[in-house]
Design a protein around this ligand. Structure first.
Ligand code: CA
Length: 229
């Protein structure tokens, strides 16, 4: 595997050094920028493999950096993981809808940070190989998009069309935080036959049917859902 470059846009020096130490130990190359403007320049000049983005930044705030990086077609594909304070919940939702891939809240454990970065990079590689027809979550949990079937312990589970779309959409994005709006637009879209557009109701029904695999769909308070890897 070629060495991946992670760009850290963060104005707190201690956090930059903590991130740098932990990512370099895992053989990532780390670049850092201490304000939004410098960060955005670096995004365009260095084309990193992933961006760790603080939201409260001098000069240009993180959401603006995210928006501009995602608007530019040269940089739109670069995954962004927001690094935020817990209190910035509404910003997290805005960031995700602007195209950020995931977020991590401060204070974070270095292990979780490294795992999140690796998961997002893995997902990017998966995306490049195209849409999956059969998603094997585990040996006893398979989503078959060809036959439109969910198999739990080798047996088909009866789900509605909407539940299937939702589950497939989430499972194709493992580890990614998804807002209710993203699920509604991305998974269901405009479908005149879906009368109940309440995502929570569909997720609750799905969980019931998935039984022991129900925990795979994790609720993220105030944000939405995440399908666990
Ligand atoms: Ca900050």
């Amino acid at each position: 595997m070629t060495q991946k470059t992670i760009l850290v846009i963060e104005d707190e020096r201690d956090i930059v050094e903590l991130i740098r130490y932990n990512l370099e130990r895992e053989s990532f190359r780390v670049k850092a920028a201490c304000d939004g403007e410098t960060g955005l320049h670096s995004v365009q000049r260095d084309l990193p493999d992933l961006i760790l983005l603080d939201l409260m930044l001098p000069k240009l705030d993180g959401l603006e950096v995210c928006k501009r990086a995602k608007e530019n077609e040269r940089t739109a594909h670069i995954p962004i993981v927001m690094v935020t304070a817990k209190s910035e919940e509404s910003d997290i939702v805005v960031g995700l809808s602007l195209g950020a891939d995931d977020y991590i809240t401060k204070p974070f454990s270095p292990g979780v940070l490294v795992a999140r970065v690796k998961a997002v990079l893995r997902r990017m590689e998966m995306r490049e190989t195209g849409e999956q027809k059969v998603i094997k979550v585990s040996d006893d949990f398979v989503i078959d998009a060809v036959r439109h079937e969910i198999l739990v312990d080798g047996k088909p589970v009866k789900v509605t069309k909407t539940e299937f779309k939702l589950l497939k959409f989430m499972a194709e994005r493992p580890g990614r935080a998804l807002t209710r709006n993203q699920l509604l637009d991305g998974a269901i879209g405009f479908d005149a036959f879906v009368s109940d557009r309440n995502i929570d109701v569909h997720v609750a029904a799905l969980r019931k049917k998935l039984k022991k695999h129900a925990h795979k769909i994790n609720t993220i308070r105030g944000v939405g859902y995440r399908f666990e890897e």
